[in-house]
Design a protein around this ligand. Structure first.
Ligand SMILES: NC(=O)c1ccc[n+]([C@@H]2O[C@H](COP(=O)([O-])OP(=O)(O)OC[C@H]3O[C@@H](n4cnc5c(N)ncnc54)[C@H](OP(=O)(O)O)[C@@H]3O)[C@@H](O)[C@H]2O)c1
Length: 297
């Protein structure tokens, strides 16, 4: 009888890299073979479909998108996406169901889909403002893995911040949903109790930023620029400022320090803005939006 000693397997650098590549390829293949249904092909639904397709995250033919009047979805059909006015057909085709209709439409739609939904197969992603995980569970039951995601309108150019919360999700499902929304901008996972706050900071935030830019344009015109040039300078300046924070992970005040020369024009302008209540009015605006959303929902 000969004893066999099991040696720990050792792989050369090349073999390790090859195995890692194979694992990554397998992971990518798994991702690429998942099928997504988007119920509600309006502004948000089509932006999601286009972003996922353009990024190469999914084959167009693995997306099915629905609405009642499908004539507005022809541009997606041309690219290979399946379009349908039949929600049942969509959930029977797909594993991941993104619900992107108006909140008042969701109850009726989910009631009609309930007999065709299977908690062992389907994962539901709710992107509707103000629709809670519990609201969905009240309609289809507690057995499903659910995600609630709050993107903003920059999802149309794949630059959203999408706040996401989860219910009963595996690590793999969390990672898939993060991968999906990372194609459409950046993502952050939060607790659902922060969803209203996320709506204010992330979604209403686009409007606040637009007002800030608009005010700069108005100021720019008063000091000599035509409207188009002022718009370009104001928008690109804000984009650059945001990128500085995102790429360098600095605090805004550190970047401000770099621009403010002692006795200079920047600090004089900034201080005047603060005397006029700049930061205070922004904070009050954020809190007012938040109170409104909490009281109205
Ligand atoms: N737009 C954004 O950037 C954004 C950001 C965050 C959250 N949201 C949320 O996303 C949801 C959709 O917003 P939206 O701006 O995309 O609205 P939207 O453009 O009105 O899209 C909703 C779509 O649902 C379709 N629809 C209505 N009934 C349907 C049914 N029975 N079956 C299938 N589709 C149906 C409508 O098309 P038909 O009338 O042809 O059926 C419509 O195209 C809202 O709940 C909103 O709060 C949007």
């Amino acid at each position: 009888m000969c004893a066999i000693t099991l040696q720990p397997q050792r792989f050369g650098k090349f073999e390790v890299a090859k195995r890692r590549n194979n694992q990554n390829n397998q992971h990518n293949q798994d991702i690429m073979t998942k099928k997504i249904a988007i119920i509600g092909g309006g502004n948000l639904g089509t932006a999601i479909a286009e972003g996922l397709m353009n990024s190469g995250f999914i084959h167009p033919e693995h997306i099915i998108i629905t609405k009642r009047n499908i004539s507005t979805l022809k541009h997606l059909e041309v690219k290979g996406v399946m379009i349908s006015n039949n929600n049942v057909e969509a959930v029977e085709y797909a594993d991941w169901i993104i619900v992107a209709v108006k909140p008042f439409q969701v109850r009726e739609i989910l009631i009609s889909l309930k007999p065709h939904l299977n908690p062992r197969r389907h994962v539901i992603v709710n992107v509707m403002t103000g629709v809670w995980i519990k609201d969905i569970q009240d309609i289809i039951g507690n057995d499903f893995t659910l995600f609630r995601a709050m993107p903003n309108t920059a999802i149309a150019i794949q630059e959203s911040i999408t706040c996401i919360c989860k219910y009963s999700a595996s690590e793999e499902q969390v990672s898939y949903v993060a991968d999906m929304f990372n194609q459409l901008g950046k993502t952050v996972f939060i607790e659902e109790k922060l969803m209203d706050a996320a709506t204010v900071l992330g979604a209403c935030g686009t409007a606040y930023a637009m007002r800030y830019i608009r005010a700069n344009i108005q100021g720019g015109i008063e000091i000599g620029f035509d409207a188009a040039t002022a718009s370009l300078i104001a928008a690109q300046t804000v984009k650059g400022a945001a990128e500085l924070l995102l790429q360098k992970h600095t605090h805004p005040e550190q970047e401000i320090d770099k621009v403010t020369t002692p006795k200079g024009c920047t600090i004089a302008g900034l201080n005047e803005m603060e005397h006029q209540g700049f930061s205070s009015s922004l904070i009050k605006g954020v809190v007012t939006s938040y109170k409104k959303i909490v009281n109205d929902m």
